[in-house]
Design a protein around this ligand. Structure first.
Ligand SMILES: NC(=O)c1ccc[n+]([C@@H]2O[C@H](COP(=O)([O-])OP(=O)(O)OC[C@H]3O[C@@H](n4cnc5c(N)ncnc54)[C@H](OP(=O)(O)O)[C@@H]3O)[C@@H](O)[C@H]2O)c1
Length: 252
């Protein structure tokens, strides 16, 4: 039985992926700050599947929390086959001269430093075992900048660069490194971006059909179950009505 570690598993892509893998017989390690949200979705699983899910309250921005959660893993969960570096956020959407420094710090600390802390902690075991797969959640925002995207764009361009660099470092150890770059997906993402303003958040998806978190979970599943010799290294996944970061057909 294989094991996946999912960061940011309390909502959105992370929650959908953790549930999908548990329902399909994988052991799942789920990390996020909101333990109660993860306990809630785990409790909805069939009783025999609940034992396959190990939860920890982890803020990926804090290296000591990452290391402590990793060290505390029960032996049945300690050999990690797949790492899904998903925890992340956009905070704010302002021109650079008006951006909030606190938003910038949170994005850089979570999307880049958090991803690095988790990777640095988990990847040595994969190297020792000579196998593993790391999937980073990038974004279309890491392929093309858009107005007022500035620092979020920079963090996801960083993930894009890191994914390639990590692949260069780790391929020789039998470790695949991949990236998923979604366009618009309806999760808590926009509500977090607009600091809890639900009206602004729902306007993002007005008159168009966004992807849903399960679409990303399905892609992760496909990616990590590809044959050993196949690496889907970089996948851009968009709603059909989205043509680029800024071009969306809103026909209702
Ligand atoms: N939705 C989109 O349109 C979209 C498009 C492209 C890329 N993405 C990327 O996809 C990833 C997942 O986003 P989502 O759409 O699923 O949004 P979401 O519903 O807001 O989920 C984000 C997850 O990240 C976790 N997280 C945030 N900060 C964290 C921290 N410091 N430590 C640990 N966990 C943390 C959150 O958990 P806690 O709050 O409980 O810690 C939550 O589980 C992000 O990297 C995002 O940038 C999203």
């Amino acid at each position: 039985m294989k094991t996946i570690l999912v960061t940011g598993a309390s909502s959105g892509f992370g929650k959908a992926t953790a549930l999908h893998f548990a329902q399909n017989g994988w052991k799942v390690i789920a990390w996020a700050r909101r333990l109660s949200s993860m306990e809630s979705w785990r409790s909805e699983l069939a009783p025999e599947l609940q034992n396959l899910v190990h939860l920890s309250e982890v803020d990926v921005r804090d290296l000591s929390q990452v290391e402590a959660a990793f060290s505390a893993l029960p032996s049945a969960f300690s050999s990690i086959d797949v790492l899904l570096n998903n925890a992340g956020l956009a905070a704010g959407k302002d021109p650079v001269h008006q951006g909030l420094i606190d938003d910038w710090e949170r994005m850089i600390d979570t999307n880049l430093k958090g991803l690095l802390y988790v990777t640095r902690t988990v990847s040595p075991g994969m190297v020792t075992r000579g196998s593993g797969h790391i999937v980073n959640i990038g974004s279309i925002a890491g392929k093309e900048p858009y107005p007022d995207g500035n620092v979020y764009n920079a963090t996801k361009f960083g993930v894009d660069g890191l994914t390639t660099g990590m692949r260069m470092d780790l391929a020789k150890f039998g470790i695949k490194v991949s990236q998923i770059c979604p366009g618009m997906v309806d999760t808590e993402f926009s509500e977090v971006r607009f600091h809890g303003d639900r009206e602004k958040a729902s306007a993002v998806y007005h008159n168009m059909t966004p992807l849903v978190a399960q679409d990303i979970a399905d892609l992760v599943w496909y990616m990590v179950n590809a044959p050993k010799h196949v690496n889907l290294a970089d996948v851009l996944i968009l709603p059909s009505e989205q043509a680029s970061a800024t071009i969306v057909s809103r026909r209702g």
